[in-house]
Design a protein around this ligand. Structure first.
Ligand code: FES
Ligand SMILES: [Fe+2]
Length: 511
């Protein structure tokens, strides 16, 4: 148990403010802004994660009213390209209707309801329903009704497609089905002030992976919205992530977390923190940074665990005991070391770096600065170590997490079809586009189903292994919620989920 440093919103060890104070480059003021969520309700009814009634209410009170990211502009690069955006059992068309113009409509033919498009489309000249052939322009104006004489009440005025509001931010297309909604700009607030150095519209979608998960969309969203879970779920990150000393702030409809890289978790015992395990290899041999036990990959699905008092046990990649005198092992470290690998991961050499954390950060940031210089030029000299190294992650209500600065990650979480107990987790990599050049084309989405592994998308790199650890918990969370009376969130370390539920409750209560 690590002692709480009373009044400072952190565990013992280095605070994020101290990290910023020792940056080798000037730090932008926006990183120093402190705006914590005041203490308040931390209890959530588990039903919000599985009840059909809540799911139905979400459709009416949230999805039909809120601004939501439907696609990236580059997903539909040419006039006539259209995307079918589904949220729960609702479906919308988003179309590039002009060079720099987008329209959106409910995806339902105004005759007898067939979906106007049942897949993404390219280069359409108009929308023609495949059932009886009614047709609309890309702007939604009714163009043609076969045997129009038989529908005396049907006119352009009465049967043009209902318009869904469209907004644009950072190269993304947002929609809002509520005709009386506030402008997207008001909903976003001052989020642009946070997208420093490389704003979202200067980035391009280099990777897009979508994975179906056996849990509610909020369960998945919240699992990726705090660093507190790193202590138990990501033992491999403890040596390098100041998890429990992350800084959390809220700003209107969005929140953020800043976690220090290369500082080390305050939960790592002193004797282990002072003696790094020099034989570690990134994916095949690791020390558990809380216990000191060594986990080694023998083969896929077989992990040898050696305790500090030299007992040995063998486990599968789910932490199940196979043989030996040690009977229990950490499921997440077994999964990391014994689970499937992306090709080449098993040959990576030791990468243990030693030294003072501020020096390690300055060196690592300098490597990153030079790697980005050919793309972004000398602006790199103005970028702090923090922006180059740290997970700085934002969450915009209700369901996206665009990471800031030079972090490429961008998440979206949606219900999977009409099932409140399944969702889609999407991970996009938004890389900086070369300075002065147009954005490269957007990556196509790769779909991973329930039984697929994130390493089936090797373009995710080491994050595929991190996501496997994260999502290992989720089916058990979803099951456990059915037997739980109340969910409790930490006052500070779970600021982001608390902030989410604060706004969510307001939307769900609005008639
Ligand atoms: S249902 Fe679309 S034209 Fe009949
Ligand atoms: Fe995680």
């Amino acid at each position: 148990m690590v002692e709480t440093v009373t009044g400072t919103n952190r565990s013992a060890g280095v605070s994020y403010d101290e990290v910023l104070a020792r940056d080798s480059h000037p730090v932008r003021d926006i990183l120093r802004v402190t705006n914590p969520l005041p203490p308040g309700p931390t209890i959530v009814d588990p039903k919000v994660y599985y009840s059909r009634e809540v799911h139905e209410l979400e459709k009416e009170r949230l999805w039909k009213r809120v601004w939501q990211m439907a696609c990236h502009e580059d997903d539909i690069p040419n006039v006539g390209d259209a995307i079918k955006y589904d949220i729960a059992d609702l479906s919308y068309i988003v179309v590039r209707s002009g060079e720099d113009q987008f329209h959106a409509f409910p995806n339902a033919c105004l005759h007898r309801g067939r979906q106007i498009i049942h897949q993404d489309e390219t280069s359409l000249r108009n929308f023609r329903c495949a059932f009886h052939g009614w047709a609309w322009s890309l702007e939604g104006e009714l163009q043609e009704v076969p045997c129009h004489w038989d529908f005396p009440t049907v006119t352009k005025k009465s049967h043009s497609l209902p318009q869904v509001k469209v907004g644009r931010w950072g190269g993304f297309v947002f929609i809002n089905p509520d005709p009386n909604c506030e402008p997207l700009e008001d909903f976003l607030g001052d989020i642009d002030a946070h997208m420093t150095h490389v704003p979202m519209d200067r980035r391009y979608k280099a990777v897009h992976v979508a994975k179906r998960l056996p849990c509610n969309w909020k369960v998945a969203h919240e699992a990726f919205a705090e660093a507190y879970h790193s202590i138990a779920t990501h033992p491999t990150l403890l040596g390098s992530l100041g998890c429990a000393n992350s800084k959390y702030d809220i700003f209107g409809n969005f929140s953020r977390a800043l976690s220090a890289h290369l500082v080390g978790s305050p939960h790592v015992p002193k004797e282990l923190a002072e003696h790094p395990y020099m034989d570690a290899t990134p994916f095949t041999r690791q020390r558990h940074e809380l216990t000191g036990n060594i986990y080694e990959r023998v083969a896929q699905g077989r992990v040898k665990v050696t305790t500090t008092d030299n007992r040995v046990g063998y486990f599968d990649d789910r932490g199940n005991h196979l043989d030996g005198a040690k009977f229990h092992a950490d499921i997440h470290l077994c999964n990391w070391v014994g689970g499937r690998l992306v090709e080449g991961m098993d040959e990576l050499p030791s990468n243990v770096v030693t030294g003072d954390w501020a020096d390690k950060r300055a060196k690592a940031a300098s490597v990153r600065r030079e790697a980005l210089r050919p793309t972004l030029g000398d602006m790199m000299d103005e970028v702090s170590d923090a922006e180059l190294l740290d997970p700085i992650y934002y969450s915009l209500f209700p369901n996206i997490s665009p990471w800031g600065s030079f972090n490429q990650i961008f998440y979206r979480f949606r219900p999977y079809g009409d099932n409140p107990e399944e969702c889609i987790h999407e991970c996009l990599f938004m890389w900086p586009a070369p300075a002065g050049k147009p954005r490269p084309p957007a990556a196509k989405m790769q779909w991973l189903d329930l039984d697929d592994d994130y390493v089936d998308a090797p373009q995710l790199g080491h994050l595929s292994k991190v996501f496997n650890q994260d999502t290992l918990n989720l089916p058990y969370v979803q099951k456990g919620l059915h037997s739980l009376k109340e969910v409790i969130f930490a006052n500070y370390g779970e600021t982001k989920p608390r902030h989410f539920h604060m706004i969510y409750n307001q939307w769900m209560a609005k008639e």
